[in-house]
Design a protein around this ligand. Structure first.
Ligand SMILES: [Zn+2]
Length: 80
């Protein structure tokens, strides 16, 4: 039983790191559909965004144009 659990854990870790890598290449900033703040992806607040509400931006301009404002914690730039 323990072996099976460990295997599942390893598979989960590998799968999530693959997801992380592919996401990292796609965008520079993230936001939530439920708020108007945009963040660096490594911001502690970005980590709290529900994946269902995750919005991504390729540039600060894209975020600003969508009506988002920079997070006061991670302070992403307003210009690229
Ligand atoms: Zn932030």
């Amino acid at each position: 039983m323990k072996r099976k659990r460990l295997l599942i854990l390893i598979i989960t870790m590998v799968a999530s790191s693959i997801v992380c890598l592919s996401i990292a290449a796609d965008y520079k900033y993230v936001g939530s559909a439920k708020s108007n703040k945009y963040h660096y992806p490594n911001c502690e607040w970005a980590a709290k965004i529900n994946p269902d509400n995750l919005v991504t931006f390729k540039s600060a301009k894209e975020a600003l144009d969508a009506g988002y404002v920079p997070c006061k914690v991670c302070r992403p730039p307003t210009r690229d």
